[in-house]
Design a protein around this ligand. Structure first.
Ligand code: FEO
Length: 395
């Protein structure tokens, strides 16, 4: 199924309603996703991006119903990752000489994926392609989120084809921001930014400023995943500027894993103590039960985070070690941390969590708190006092 984005642009992508895991198992897509591919019909016919490889045959068959493939003059590959380029081999078997416009880095990534010497045309920021009434302007978007990423801007209709940027893993029908549940849309857009773009926040700010410096009006933002922004489309650009600027809300998140509920009881007592000195919204999660990408989103929104684990085999529980590894890659800014945990004899968990946080260059505000065996009233009172102290320390 295809649909009109406007009178010149048709969406020819694939809605993936059943996808629950993306990037292997790295990203949960609880609301599915879409791979957005766009067909522009001007004096020239242009195809922007394709869809993920498992849908390649279906994609090319559908595209044939929309247009004679030989009428496609140019293909634009805004990014080489397989969820957008995966149907190129199937498509290029049919139209092998069609030029593919992309960045120099995308030529490398596409050759690396497909080992094909297609008719690549390298483009740089500011390069233009005349297509009739409109023209296309290319803007490299290095590390947003791959070295090969770029945006394509279509003049007159003022459409920014932004590829992964401004996207969401969210599938709906229809696919316009004025026609979907905006709470869901923003939940997914925030999760997407937090999990995919946070490490690149400094580049996000620079790139958006660079694009704004072009003074190009934007009437539609057409990303490569999820909903198309056509109602007040710059709202998502403004949000990205906010999110890229050491974002935090008045929230404190406590995440733990617990073998026999001892560390859980510590977490709940610490939360009670925090409330004595801080009016922040407090959220508590068991890392072994919660969705890890939702946890990253909650950390992204927080001003302070407490991480807890019982000690096991002189180490920490694996859900917490996995989370700490994910957190390290996120390079969160502007947040404060502390550790806690229960133990029976050796008791290394707090020390290990502190070391992991510090090695990721996160600000750990104290030595943390550990409690022996199942905490009694006196120990839980110590946890409350620790929470109250933490509430002051993060001011
Ligand atoms: Fe970076 Fe949606 O691929």
């Amino acid at each position: 199924m295809t649909f009109k984005v406007n009178n010149k642009v048709t969406w020819v992508g694939k809605r993936d309603w059943e996808l629950t895991r993306f990037h292997g198992d790295e990203y949960s897509t609880n609301r599915g996703t879409s791979y957005n591919s766009y067909l522009i019909r001007d004096e020239k016919t242009v195809l922007i991006d394709t869809v993920w490889r498992p849908f390649a045959k279906e994609y090319v068959e559908n595209l044939k119903k929309e247009i004679d493939l030989n009428e496609i003059d140019y293909i634009i590959a805004n990014h080489g990752e397989v969820d957008h380029s995966g149907s190129l081999p199937e498509l290029m078997r049919e139209i092998p000489d069609t030029p593919i416009y992309c960045t120099a880095a995308a030529i490398k990534s596409l050759k690396g994926h497909y080992h094909e010497d297609w008719n690549f045309i390298e483009v740089k920021t500011g390069d233009e392609l005349e297509i009739g009434e409109n023209k296309l302007i290319f803007v490299e978007a290095k590390m947003l989120h791959w070295p090969d990423s770029m945006f394509t801007y279509m003049t007159n209709d003022n459409i920014l084809f932004s590829n992964d940027a401004f996207g969401q893993h969210y599938v709906a029908d229809p696919m316009f921001n004025d026609l979907v549940d905006n709470d869901e849309l923003y939940q997914e857009a925030t999760k997407y930014y937090a999990n995919i773009l946070t490490p690149f926040s400094p580049m996000v700010k620079r790139k958006i400023k660079e694009v704004l410096d072009f003074n190009l009006p934007v009437d539609i933002i057409a990303p490569a995943h999820g909903i198309i922004w056509r109602d007040n489309p710059t709202q998502i650009i403004e949000k990205y500027m906010e999110w890229a600027d050491n974002y935090q809300e008045n929230q404190i998140t406590i995440i733990y894993d617990s073998m026999w509920h001892c560390t859980r009881r510590m977490a709940e007592s610490i939360a009670e103590g925090i409330k004595e000195n801080d009016d922040a919204k407090i959220k508590i999660f068991n890392a072994a039960r919660a969705d890890k990408n939702d946890l990253i989103t909650e950390i992204f929104k927080s001003k302070a985070v407490l991480i807890g684990s019982s000690t096991i085999n002189n180490g920490i529980l694996h859900s917490i070690s996995g989370l700490l590894e994910m957190m390290k890659g996120m390079k969160f800014k502007n947040k404060k941390y502390a550790a806690f945990g229960s133990y029976g004899w050796s008791g290394e968990s707090v020390k290990i969590i502190n070391e992991e946080l510090k090695s990721a260059k996160y600000e750990v505000v104290n030595d943390g708190i550990k409690e022996l065996w199942n905490p009694d009233d006196e120990q839980l009172q110590r946890c409350r006092e620790f929470g109250a102290k933490f509430g002051k320390e993060i001011k």
